[in-house]
Design a protein around this ligand. Structure first.
Ligand code: M6R
Length: 608
């Protein structure tokens, strides 16, 4: 959580830094602030609330200077007010610090600082860092930051500027992401590459406990003892336009539209001339793949729902047991994983702390960990044994859409590849499934083009108190996803259930008019689903049925129908998910809510 930018170059720093913050705002929007150094004048501006509030402040201020740092906050220590907004400064206003993370020993540090006469002006853990740098500084900012980092416990990315070092910013990292952007006569640091891709595509990831000195002319990375460390750069091929709204009212609506490409690109380049799959990214020998005796999928939120769909596909095609675990619970219950376990860690951001800690635990047990992530160079991709990148491009809206879609496509590919290598599906069948998958992008495009009835439906649900989502088989994870989306975007109480489970308790929630969305595409279990629709309808539910084009069997029991194109039943999540996304976004919009930045959330959840 929290987005961080640092810039040293020749352009107006405030412009570059604020533009970077705009792209990072998805990481937190409780407050925003900048510190700009012009010669030896250090000016700080910060404001509670979204970046737009800081924009208003900056509109009336002149902040010249070509060196700057900036921050967009997701509050941990202290409420989201002006005083707790970053950057934080030392007693003399000479040092400015922005911070992402949690300093676990800050109370002890603050007590010591108080005894030594430092006045505290905020509730944050970050302010302690500014005062510690003040104490340690004797003309070498990087040395001071290294000394301070050794005193800190917990997780942090820090970016520090000092008014006595006009051409330098110093950044440091432990456990949280920090990327360097290498430009021409200008250099950057950011929480992720979107902070600077408008200026440079050459990036370098900062590793654990490294300190970076960023000057206009170059960048030097050291460890905490000041020993210079080399590292590799990589090219970022994300399209800058993808991180802009491009005429849409919300990023989420644009990202929904981008889903056909997300699937196409994730499937692309995976077939041999013989029409078979190759998945070199898995980096496992065929022999090791044949030796896998279980698959464990770890993920959070919507990524967890993609994992659940992966379970149905892998079990069906590979006849392997698959366990899907919420990453936040995984390592605390002593899970049974070992050398012959394939662990798949799914994460759009590649930075989710729960998933990262779970995969670290799995690796300690000697399992092989495959990251399925959308973010090249992310911590989860670097700490896994192998990484399969979903190719959804940058996703800005907090509610994940195209990245989840790409994860679903990736899970089908992984399942089919394992089946091919293990010989549980023959070549013809693999080809046939790939053919079906390759038809999906066009079906999504068609489906997106007929969402007007869903928008109308959304308007009619705007005052609902509670909405239930039901599904069977692969419809169940998508029911969970539909409920999560509605909760996070529209703040409506929503629950997803396996349709067969509802009679064991949840049916008591149904009152006259309670909306119940039932995912009922054509499927072997459809007759049972129709029974479930009747059960809830008999108790007064308003039934909203997602059904396959031309399937009239649901009509007698549906108050509203959302039609989707036909595909193989195992692949239906790639289609049923679309109306769930549109519905939640439109209900939120109808309620006057911020679709891209729902309250209390952040896109990249880097705290446990
Ligand atoms: O970056 P990740 O995929 O690891 O994020 C996991 C969840 O935080 C994420 O899917 C979250 O549930 C989204 N807000 C859902 O829209």
């Amino acid at each position: 959580m929290c987005g961080i930018v640092g810039y040293v170059g020749e352009q107006s720093a405030v412009d570059v830094v604020v533009a970077g913050l705009r792209r990072l705002e998805y990481r937190g929007y409780d407050s925003a602030g900048v510190a700009i150094l012009d010669g030896t004048t250090l000016q700080v501006e910060r404001k509670a609330g979204k970046l737009a509030n800081l924009d208003e402040v900056l509109a009336n201020r002149s902040l010249p200077g070509t060196l700057g740092i900036g921050h967009t906050r997701w509050a941990t220590h202290g409420p989201p007010n002006d005083a707790n907004a970053h950057p934080h400064v030392d007693c003399a206003g000479a040092v400015a610090v922005v911070h992402n993370g949690t300093i676990e020993n800050f109370e002890e540090l603050v007590a010591g600082l108080g005894e030594r006469g430092h006045a505290r002006r905020s509730d944050t853990d970050t302010e302690a860092v500014a005062h510690l740098v003040e104490e340690c500084y004797d003309g070498d900012l990087a040395a001071a930051v290294r000394t301070v980092c050794k005193q800190l416990e917990g997780s942090f990315v820090l970016v520090v500027a000092h008014r006595d070092e006009p051409g330098l910013i110093v950044a440091a990292r432990r456990n949280l992401p920090l990327v360097i952007g290498l430009g021409d006569g200008e250099n950057f640091v950011g929480s992720d590459v979107t902070a600077f891709i408008a200026h440079t595509r050459t990036a370098r990831a900062v590793e654990q406990d490294q300190v970076v000195e960023v000057r206009r002319t170059g960048v030097q990375v050291t460890d905490l003892d000041g020993v210079v460390v080399e590292g590799e750069t990589y090219h970022v091929d994300w399209d800058t336009d993808a991180a802009e709204k491009g005429g849409y009212e919300f990023f989420m609506l644009k990202e929904i539209q981008e889903q056909p490409d997300a699937v196409r690109d994730t499937l692309g380049g995976r077939l041999t001339p013989e029409g078979l799959l190759h998945l070199d990214e898995l980096a496992m020998s065929d022999q090791d793949i044949r030796g896998i005796d279980q698959v464990v999928i770890i993920a959070c939120g919507s990524s967890y729902h993609s994992g659940l769909v992966g379970k149905y596909a892998i079990e069906r095609w590979c006849r392997l047991p698959v366990h899907v675990e919420m990453a936040s619970e995984f390592r605390y219950r002593d899970p049974v994983v070992g050398r012959s376990t394939l662990v798949i860690a799914i994460s759009q951001s590649g930075e989710t702390a729960d998933t990262l800690e779970a995969l670290r635990h799995a690796r300690e047990q000697r399992a092989w960990v495959l990251a399925v992530t959308n973010t090249i160079g992310s911590t989860i991709s670097r700490e896994s044994d192998a990484a399969l990148y979903t190719r959804a491009g940058p996703e800005v809206a907090v509610a994940s859409t195209k990245a989840v879609m790409a994860q679903l496509a990736a899970m089908y590919v992984v399942g089919l590849y394992l089946a091919q290598v293990r010989g549980t599906r023959d070549a013809d069948e693999v080809r046939a499934h790939m053919h079906d998958l390759q038809e999906i992008p066009d079906l999504i495009t068609e489906l997106i083009g007929r969402m007007e009835p869903v928008r109308e439906l959304a308007r009619s649900l705007k005052d609902a108190q509670r909405v239930l989502f039901l599904g069977r088989h692969v419809g169940y994870p998508m029911a969970l996803e539909g409920a999560l989306k509605l909760k996070e975007l529209a703040y409506i109480s929503a629950e997803g259930f396996p349709a067969g489970e509802i009679k064991h308790g949840p049916i008591a929630l149904i009152e006259q008019g309670t909306p119940v969305v039932i995912l009922a595409p054509r499927h072997a279990l459809q007759a049972k689903l129709i029974n479930n629709i009747q059960e809830v309808r008999a108790r007064g539910a308003r039934t909203i049925v997602v059904a396959t084009d031309g399937d009239d069997s649901v009509l007698p029991y549906a108050d509203d129908v959302i039609w989707i194109p036909d595909t193989k039943s195992l692949l239906t999540p790639l289609l049923t998910i679309v109306p769930m996304q549109v519905l939640s976004a439109e209900v939120a919009a109808a309620r006057g809510l911020d679709v891209d930045q729902p309250r209390n959330l952040a896109k990249s959840v880097t705290v446990e």
